[in-house]
Write a protein of this length. Sequence first.
Length: 441
Amino acid sequence: MTKKPYDLSGSAELFERLSRTLVDGVGSSFHRYAAEPFPVAIASGSGSHLIDVDGNDFIDYVLGFGPLVLGHAPEAVARVVSEQARRGSIFSAPTQSLLELSEELCEIIPCAEMVSFQNTGTESVMHAFRVARAYTGKEKIVKFEGHYHGWSDEQKVSIDAFYPAEMGARSRPRKIMTTPGQPEGAADNVIVLPWNDLDALGRCLERQGNEIAAVVMEPFMCDSGPILPAEGYLEGVRRLTRAHDVLLIFDEVITGFRCALGGAQEAFGVTPDLATFAKAIAGGYPLSAICGRRDVMSCGVHPSGTFNANPVSVAASLATIEELRRPGTYERFDALATRLCEGLDEIGARHSVPTYTAHVGSICVLELGLTADEPLRDLRDLLARCRVDLYDRIWAYARERGVRLTPRRGRIYLSTAHTEQDIDRTLEVMDAAFDAMAGEA
């Protein structure tokens, strides 16, 4: 049987119609890559695969940008969500399941002595900022270039750049505002620094520590890059923040439940004062959590929100955690990630394309133009050295052959639904992609 040619006419038509009534033709700016004329429209998902409206089948490594740690439509989650929906979706009252989830999170997350809930990663970080300011009586927040903490005016600062010079001097980074309508004053209490640079942070805390409420970071820089923390960096940040009475916040919206059951703080062995979790916490349903030290969490900031800790999302979270707790889950993530990364390294070497791979839990890294001997340290490094142009051509080639990757950045998510066969098929496609790009590296 001849394979049907790759066809996206249905996606193109749907996007054209959506654009008449829906801003940008997508529900979120994340759903369309600026370099493509229209996004692929999806009809259904099951396990590690997606089917688009034209019938094309994709092995999915985007996984909703992170939430689907169990894959698409996992039976364990779908069952409890359906059962809870029949009992009621929102009560504006405590439930037994909320007690179970709160106790569960305090057991598995190293920093969690108390928790509170919101619905999205953006909301959870907003709440963490407010808690940090209330507890310390100070207002400024240190964040790092390329780290994403949400889309609010104060959070969406210096999350990306087109070229290093745009970022200003390393010793005095420029605050980059990223969207129309974002007031310049929104960043007045934000201090921006380069990441993986203990000296820069030390100088800042020495100079302004009495004004700084918290240092916030992705402990594994996943939104841009991804880029791993340098050896000893997280431990050094922990020492510096303690020495200057500044709270340390880990934004684990991406890394939570993916690097390890207890997040990147478990994987790297560094415990922050506060942490935020979202995405994978509920296996595809909207839920986020803020957790941390009891004295900090109980400082008088009260979480608010109509849909906070609604029983449907709580049920999804409990079911997701139960699945992730199964013996061998993270060992299997490691085995699949190793199979993928070693395969990509071998393909890169065979085609003379400098290739860097790494993985922590169910998050893999693929970057072109550099090798394991010269890993990236920060966003400036990425913009100067990474072959994003080559990666995007490989991304487009792979998508046409049924492998769906994240565009622009080599962040690859695995799920419990991915198989060795998925990995092997992906490596076949990537081998062909690298071969097709011969001479462009």
